[in-house]
Write a protein that binds this ligand. Structure first.
Ligand SMILES: [Zn+2]
Length: 46
């Protein structure tokens, strides 16, 4: 059981979310970056 959380945050608008896996965070980040043409960062919260 993992307690990691991944924070997805857009540098170009107020979009952000927390995801339980790196894979899911990356998917959300890629999706937003593609749709909005924004720079999205993913960071491990813990
Ligand atoms: Zn954005």
């Amino acid at each position: 059981m993992s307690h990691s959380l991944f924070h997805v945050v857009c540098r170009d608008c107020r979009t952000e979310s927390l995801r339980p896996t790196e894979e899911e965070a990356a998917r959300v980040a890629d999706d937003h970056a593609e749709r909005a043409d924004h720079a999205v960062a993913v960071g491990r919260v813990h």
